[in-house]
Design a protein around this ligand. Sequence first.
Ligand code: PNS
Length: 166
Amino acid sequence: MARVAIYPGSFDPVTNGHLDIVKRGLKLFDKIIVTILYNPGKETLFSVEERLVMLRESMKSLPHIEIDRYDGLLVDYAAKRKAQAILRGMRAVSDFEYEFQMALMNRRLDREIQTVFLMTGLRWIFTSSSIIKEAASFGGQIKDLVPEVVYEKLKEKFSALSEGDG
Ligand code: PNS
């Protein structure tokens, strides 16, 4: 049986840290479905469509990856796609409480699904979509932290970032 994982998130936007997790995950799973889900606790900068485009473009060279979106419970989506696992990245201790809570709630909702945590490479340990957006909004250089397509989109959103680009 193929080992399938869902890699869920807001991906607002996808970062090099996310790509790092997916590449590590591909060593464990036959297929990874990267899925944009709704996080009620977050207001997003990019529309779902924009986020899908950025995910597709930045992962186009990776094998055994599918990009999707779902408006509902993660465990329902995982069951629908016959996935055995939910893949999440873990950076620092600060991530732990939120991730722990979510993993246990998901397990309560569906005992068949396992959450697997992978550690990002040290290069990305301090990055997150939120901190990258904040830096970009003030014109801080974040080129090395995101895929090219995301950098271009961030420049469109934040003129301060474009001004510092040359
Ligand atoms: O990248 P994020 O914002 O930390 O990802 C969180 C996300 C989108 C995976 C989470 O909010 C989620 O699973 N949303 C869908 C609804 C759901 O199933 N919530 C978890 C159980 S209450």
